[in-house]
Design a binder for this molecule. Structure first.
Ligand code: G4P
Length: 530
């Protein structure tokens, strides 16, 4: 990204990012504090009572009832220090990982939250790998420093080793657990001291001039000062300094230490995102890339949420603006159908409120209510026909047969399933042999949510039953080769909700067999969303 022209100021001040973490590390708490500092909420406790990842089945059902709330939490915009932050929510539960992956295609950076006592956990690692595939810059927040935490060097080592990324401390903790009093802000040569008495109060920040400043002795208790000075000296000797280019390339992550629940370290992290976090980036597309500063407006759909109001069957397509300056009422070309769409009532999500978006710049996320025209992966543009690429659909890991509770309602069920498929909530396969539908998901909880939504939103009782198949692969080859292959393997063939041919498998053996017996057929576990 070097040697690129400076972006227009309105675009340059956008910071669009997601938070990734293992359940319980503190993502919800941190989000809330971001909103608090961003002036989007007045009091902590307004976002969600509980971390999404720890929700039980009934919590999810309740969430479905409160869809308005979960929708507004999908993308939140707020201002901080003259910057516009767009925080895109990723589902915490691993059963919704496909959604998470797509969300990460809409952001320019990720904040990785880890629990200071637990270090890098399984879900952190998985999500990190996804970020790595896209070379996303990552800023790390080591949370819960008010509790007994691991040794600072050990935490940094673990991130370096497990995630194979260089780590540079942006701050350094002073004291541990009950004795944790704050951090030394390495990037700004500042002492930040925590106010344990008031969780919503901004901590005290004292500018110092280097580690020999006499103020250090006044502010840090003698029993902590020695260890702190020793550690920081060693850290500065052993660890790399912040290399901005390496950070932007995703090979180095700065780490801040803090305690989200005590609002501590959060503002420093936000300053870090503002100062170092990337500006809106170039978007991969065909036949050419899209630069954010281009005048024609372009954006793409990365998420669709349907039936926010079951009475109206409306949907909101979440669109990441890739270029230009959008204004309400603009006519954009929907590239897939080549039709013009007047975007008259786009919405933006400012914390709990949904507001009409009068304008949006490259980097912003807007919601476009529609009746099903907009699908995940679609590109909207004011200029030439470009198609954003890199938004995949994954092969499901669990398959079940869906049956309508009332056999007379099979057609209705088909319609409902197709709508959820378009929303990206499940894959729906229609076997060419036999009747019924096979529904594929990534995590078991998705079946429960689906069944409950079909019942609630369409008034259709539905049963999911075991299927003989365990996975599915998309079939690629010349038309002729695919037809021949399908005819010879009828019992395994289905069409997905876009009409593409898939091969339903029971065992890895099935896949190996195709590789051996059909050299002109390629099976894939992902497909690009159209
Ligand atoms: P998640 O979204 O990543 O799942 O995590 P969430 O923010 O819900 O936080 C998980 C638990 O960790 C919550 O406690 C939360 O209060 C606590 N927590 C978050 N940040 C800190 C911190 O800096 N220090 C300490 N000590 N705890 C923190 P809980 O008791 O499970 O839930 P709650 O009843 O407090 O909401």
């Amino acid at each position: 990204m070097t040697n690129r022209p400076a972006l227009p100021p309105e675009i340059a001040r956008r910071r669009t990012f997601a938070i990734i973490s293992h359940p319980d590390a503190g993502k919800t708490t941190l989000t809330e504090k971001f909103l608090l500092y961003g002036g989007a909420i007045q009091m902590a406790g307004q976002v969600r009572a509980k971390g999404e990842a720890r929700r039980t089945r009934s919590d999810f059902m309740q969430m479905e009832k409160d869809r308005g709330i979960s929708v507004s939490a999908s993308a939140m915009s707020f201002d901080f220090d003259g910057y516009r932050f767009n925080l895109v929510d990723t589902p915490g539960h691993s059963d919704f990982s496909e959604d998470t992956y797509r969300t990460l295609t809409a952001v320019d950076a990720a904040v990785m939250v880890i629990d200071g006592a637990k270090g890098v956990e399984s879900q952190t690692q998985k999500l990190f790998e996804v970020c790595r595939m896209r070379d996303l810059p990552i800023l790390t927040f080591c949370n819960k420093m008010d509790r007994e935490s691991r040794d600072t060097f050990e935490i940094i080592d673990e991130i370096q080793e497990n995630l194979a990324i260089d780590v540079t401390p942006a701050s350094w903790p002073i004291g541990k657990g009950r004795e944790f009093i704050g951090t030394y802000d390495i990037l700004n040569d500042r002492l930040d001291l925590m106010d344990r008495a008031d969780r919503n109060k901004v901590a005290q920040s004292v500018r110092i001039s280097g580690l020999s400043d006499p103020k250090l002795k006044e502010l840090i208790p003698a029993e902590l000062l020695g260890t702190f000075l020793e550690e920081i000296e060693m850290a500065q000797e052993l660890m790399p300094k912040l290399d901005h280019d390496a950070m932007l390339a995703g090979t180095m992550t700065p780490i801040w230490f803090g305690s989200a629940i005590n609002s501590f370290g959060v503002k420093e992290l936000m300053e870090g995102i503002a100062t170092y976090g990337p500006e809106p980036q170039i978007q991969r597309a065909e036949p050419r890339m899209i630069a954010p500063e281009e005048t024609p407006v372009t954006g793409f759909v990365f998420k669709v949420q349907a039936n926010m109001d079951p009475k109206h069957r409306d949907r909101v397509a979440f669109v990441r603006m890739s270029s230009g300056h959008f204004e309400r009422g603009m006519k954009l070309t929907h590239v897939r159908s080549k039709k013009q769409m007047a975007i008259t009532n786009p919405v933006m999500f400012l914390a709990a409120d949904r507001e009409l978006a009068e304008e949006a710049w490259a980097g912003d996320i807007i919601g476009i209510p529609n009746h099903g025209q907009l699908r995940i992966g679609d590109t909207l543009t004011e200029g030439e026909a470009l198609k954003v690429t890199g938004i995949p659909s994954f092969a499901p890991e669990l398959l079940q047969t869906a049956r309508a509770g009332d056999p007379m309602k099979a057609k209705h069920l088909e319609k409902a399933l197709m709508q959820f498929a378009e929303e990206g909530a499940a894959k729906v396969f229609k076997p060419t042999f036999g009747s019924g539908f096979i529904v594929g998901v990534v995590g078991a909880l998705q079946f429960e949510v689906l069944a409950s939504r079909i019942e609630m939103e369409y008034g259709l009782p539905v049963r999911f039953e075991g299927s003989q198949f365990t996975s599915a692969r998309w079939v690629h080859g010349t038309r002729d080769a695919v037809d021949k292959f399908a005819a010879a393997n009828k019992q395994h063939i289905a069409l997905d909700n876009d009409g593409d041919t898939v091969f339903l498998t029971r065992l890895q053996w099935d896949i190996d067999r195709v590789g051996r017996d059909y050299p002109d057929i390629k099976l894939s576990a992902t497909k690009e969303m159209m």
